[in-house]
Design a protein around this ligand. Structure first.
Ligand SMILES: Cc1cc2nc3c(=O)[nH]c(=O)nc-3n(C[C@H](O)[C@H](O)[C@H](O)COP(=O)(O)OP(=O)(O)OC[C@H]3O[C@@H](n4cnc5c(N)ncnc54)[C@H](O)[C@@H]3O)c2cc1C
Length: 593
């Protein structure tokens, strides 16, 4: 065994394992603790550093505190926002259960901004409308532009109070299956964790395992996502025979800081900010005359690209302006304090007196590990359940966001489906026995990791990572076509070949982040492959997936979720199937705003 790993794994038996301590994982853990289920939360980051804490703008629920609103309107907006790929039963659950979830958070002590009469204040966000599309509605509940931070702190405090057991800085490096892989009817029976501080392996045997590991924005060069968002849960499930669903739908947020992608929240537009081209024109007039800057993100990102292509970027370059000057100092400082600081610190721009240069940034995975409404992972289009395995939050695809997520619909997804995960897992834990132990469950992953840290020569992970991120940006970005995507699939296969010879230089066992980053690169390669292969197969344009060679939506052929399986023994992914969309109320219509 290499020095990077300590010999002899420890073993723990427990009812429930939650992988990830963002909003989804924490609410699930809280629910499990309330039901008296022994639960371990494993997280590679300290819990309060999860990306949920970076969420700025808000969490939506049709409370109707500021103006009339109804969950049915929220459901409709979610379906239309998702370009009718959203499963409507899931959108109904989201819109209905958002309301009690937000009120429960308030009761837990979350310091929301208030209306003058003391209710939770609400603001506008893209694609959220009154009366089925008439005009913008105030639906997003917020705590300045630090809503995610407040949610994370509040849920973490509640978990500590409820006695949830945390394994901080344990990196989950594998899932354990019993009776075959997921596509052969097997059951998930635990996880293998790597303790970052000392390089020891720990096998957790459990009745239920929840993946709540967040997204994979780090596959792109310009992204709003934290360094740790590398698709771990998606890739681990994929490696064990679970298909990934709708991976071609990856959202680019319109307003990232130029070059580095750090997010300037849509709250800036929700509060009334403008987007301007080099003629000083509010160009959204030409693309979404009714909602203007508050059109959904896929449309606004495409509009920015179109302006730039037409030579109307600022100084002829590849960005435009976000202008909040007319909102005045008070609104900017009280309601948008963090993002104002980001513009000052990272761009040297003063938003009170200057427009801020912005461009689209890779932001959110609509696709992921497929689940049913109770967050149970499913093995194929027939909806058969993978026993023992659950997924919630950005790692999952249930599918509430369809082909494009609306702003503030992710935080609420975490709350609603995190809670559902906890409840369902608790019920299963009460009615099942621990699966049989699998001796040597850690051997395969231990060998893979030891090999990386003991190769005398090989390729450096950083080089592959840089090439992958550039490739995804250029070929699998906002606009795509056959040639770009075929080249991406080929190039990812080549990079995977290189990765098989990857070598890390740090061979120690204490905080060996080199080794973990190399491991994460493997997850990024897998999720990138699933994305490119699914995008190549979908010959239409829908939501965030925009094919220049197939510019129209094609409901006859593609009103369906893509499911893609990993190739065996390192072969590229080829097996794809389509799962019908659940339509309950709203028949698909052209999507005009
Ligand atoms: C800058 C930014 C702003 C945003 N603003 C908003 C907003 O205003 N409103 C909104 O609705 N959405 C917003 N989003 C989206 C939303 O914040 C995320 O989709 C959501 O927080 C994801 O939560 P999660 O619980 O799924 O995972 P995360 O919060 O990303 O947490 C992932 C967890 O998994 C753990 N983990 C990952 N891999 C492993 C592993 N291998 N082993 C152990 N642990 C692991 C991590 O340690 C972490 O605890 C924003 C996103 C970004 C990036």
């Amino acid at each position: 065994m290499s020095g990077a790993l300590r010999a002899n794994a420890s073993r723990t038996d427990i009812d429930a394992v939650v992988v990830g301590a963002g909003g989804a994982g924490l609410w699930a853990a809280l629910e499990l603790a309330r039901e008296g289920i022994p639960t371990a939360v494993l997280t590679k980051l300290y819990p309060t550093r999860s990306h949920t804490g970076a969420a700025q703008g808000g969490v939506c629920a049709a409370l109707g505190n500021v103006e009339e609103d109804h969950w049915e309107w929220h459901m409709f907006d979610t379906v239309k926002g998702g370009d009718y790929l959203t499963d409507q039963d899931a959108a109904e659950v989201l819109a209905r259960e958002a309301i009690p979830a937000v009120i429960e958070l308030e009761r837990m002590g979350l310091p929301f901004n208030r209306t003058p009469d003391g209710k939770i204040d609400q603001r506008r966000f893209g694609g959220h409308t009154r009366n089925y599309g008439e005009g913008p509605v105030r639906r997003s509940c917020y705590a300045a532009d630090r809503t995610g931070h407040m949610i994370l702190q509040t849920l973490y405090q509640q978990c500590i109070k409820a006695g949830v057991k945390f394994y901080d800085e344990y990196h989950v490096v594998d899932l354990v299956f019993e009776g075959g892989e997921a596509d052969k009817g097997g059951r998930c029976s635990g996880v293998v964790g790597y303790k970052i501080s000392d390089g020891s392996l720990h096998v957790f045997r459990a009745k239920t395992v929840l993946l709540a590991t967040g997204g994979y924005g780090r596959a792109w060069r310009v992204t709003s996502n934290a360094h740790s968002l590398t698709g771990d849960g998606m890739a681990l499930a994929w490696r064990h025979g679970v298909p990934l669903m709708d991976m071609e739908f990856y959202q680019f947020h319109p307003t990232g800081i130029v070059g580095i992608g750090i997010l300037l929240s849509e709250a800036a537009r929700g509060e009334g900010g403008y987007l301007l081209n080099n003629e000083g024109k509010r160009f959204m007039e030409s693309y979404a005359p009714k909602l203007m800057e508050l059109a959904p993100r896929d449309m606004v990102s495409r509009a920015i690209y179109q302006e730039v292509r037409a030579g109307r970027g600022i100084d002829g370059k590849d960005y435009v302006y976000l202008d909040v000057r007319h909102l005045g100092r008070k609104v900017i400082e009280e309601k948008l304090p963090d993002i104002t600081d980001f513009a000052r610190v990272y761009q040297g721009v003063e938003p009170i007196s200057e427009p801020v240069p912005i461009q689209p940034t890779a932001h959110y995975a609509m696709g992921g590990v497929p689940t049913n409404l109770n967050t149970e992972v499913i093995a194929g289009p027939d909806g058969s359940v993978v026993p023992g395995l659950f997924a919630a939050g950005e790692v999952a695809c249930v599918s509430v966001h369809g082909a494009n997520r609306l702003g503030t619909n992710s935080l609420v997804d975490l709350l609603v489906f995190g809670k559902r995960a906890g409840k369902r897992m608790a019920a299963i834990c009460k009615s099942t026995q621990l699966p049989a132990a699998r001796p040597g469950a850690e051997t395969a992953v231990a060998d893979e990791m030891a090999a990386m840290a003991s190769r005398p020569e090989g390729v450096r992970p950083a080089e592959i990572r840089r090439d992958l991120a550039a490739l995804m940006m250029d070929n699998v970005g906002v606009y795509r076509d056959e040639a770009l995507l075929s080249a991406a699939v080929r190039e990812i296969a080549r990079l995977k070949g290189e990765y098989a010879r990857v070598r890390v230089e740090d061979t120690g066992s204490v905080f060996n982040t080199d080794l973990l980053e190399a491991r994460e690169l493997g997850y990024l390669l897998d999720t990138a492959e699933a994305t490119a292969v699914s995008a190549l197969a979908r010959k239409e344009s829908r939501g965030a997936h925009s094919r220049e060679d197939y510019p129209d939506r094609d409901d006859a052929k593609f009103l369906a979720h893509t499911m893609v399986w990993r190739g065996s023994d390192g072969a590229p992914a080829e097996r794809i199937a389509y799962k019908p969309v659940t339509i309950t109320i709203f028949e698909p219509k052209p999507r005009i705003y």
